[in-house]
Design a protein. Structure first.
Length: 266
């Protein structure tokens, strides 16, 4: 069985405005509680930034959304994570299908030590081994989406490791897009990039949100202010508040949020 519900004879229902719903989510690493009673929704086709000091649970929350935390020994999770209405910890969920639907881009570019071509088509081959013509279509569409097709179309067989760091990160995004996810998780995707490359990735995110839901973890509050539609402030495993980025940065409801944004700690 897959994570996707079967279509009814009447056609699929209209999608709910919130693609992700978390209810009383708690996560433990052994006896340490890393996430505490998280209740939050994430809307479709918007960029949500998670901000807060180091060690507050931002990346842990992000990795919960595609069950990457399953790989860590001693993790225990309570509560619900619903994606399109289905609990991702339910017994019928297939992890490969979940991670196809919920793609992830990591802090540092991590291209495979393969050609540019093989990096992008790796996922489609893994999930279904489409033919050469279909792979070429996926390749061009994915690289065009990250504005790389013109840069690399004449050197697709060269090593992905020969690209600049910014190009490698865009290639990693293209590799995720190639399997047609609905959600993109980005864990500090610009931390290894210079300011100009960071700006280009932020501009790319604005293009991608037309078709994808994006959740980004960032320590760069200027980046959150520039690039996100909503921001959530996390502290000591709690989601203190979440709202429109403008409101969070100019009219926070909680004094801890204001103290963090104004640099009193963090």
């Amino acid at each position: 069985m897959t994570i996707f519900p079967a279509a009814s004879d009447k056609g699929p229902p209209a999608p709910a405005p919130d693609i992700i719903v978390l209810r009383r989510l708690n996560l433990f690493y052994g006896t340490f509680q890393a996430l505490q009673d998280i209740d939050v929704t994430f809307p479709r086709q918007a960029i949500t930034a998670l901000i807060g000091p180091s060690g507050c649970g931002k990346s842990t929350l992000l990795r919960t959304l595609n069950r990457m935390n399953d790989l860590i020994e001693g993790v225990r999770i309570e509560g619900e994570v619903l994606i399109d209405g289905q609990d991702i910890f339910g017994p019928d969920v297939v992890l490969t299908d979940l991670r196809k639907k919920v793609g992830m881009v990591f802090q540092r570019p991590n291209p495979f030590p393969l050609s540019i071509y093989d990096n992008v088509v790796y996922g489609p081959r893994l999930h279904g081994q489409p033919g050469k013509a279909e792979l070429q279509e996926i390749l061009e569409r994915s690289l065009t989406a990250v504005e790389m097709w013109g840069e690399v179309k004449d050197r697709l067989k060269t090593s992905a490791l020969s690209l600049t760091e910014e190009q490698q990160q865009r290639l990693c995004i293209a590799r995720v897009l190639a399997v047609e996810p609905e959600i993109l998780l980005m864990d500090e995707p610009c931390s290894a990039l210079d300011p100009l490359a960071t700006l280009r990735i932020e501009e790319l995110m604005q293009e991608l949100k037309r078709n994808y839901t994006i959740i980004i973890v960032t320590h760069n509050m200027q980046q959150a202010a520039r690039a996100s539609d909503l921001s959530g402030f996390m502290y000591l495993g709690e989601l203190i508040e979440i709202g429109s980025t403008g409101d969070i940065f100019t009219r926070p409801k909680d004094s801890r949020t204001e103290d963090y944004i104004t640099g009193k700690y963090g």
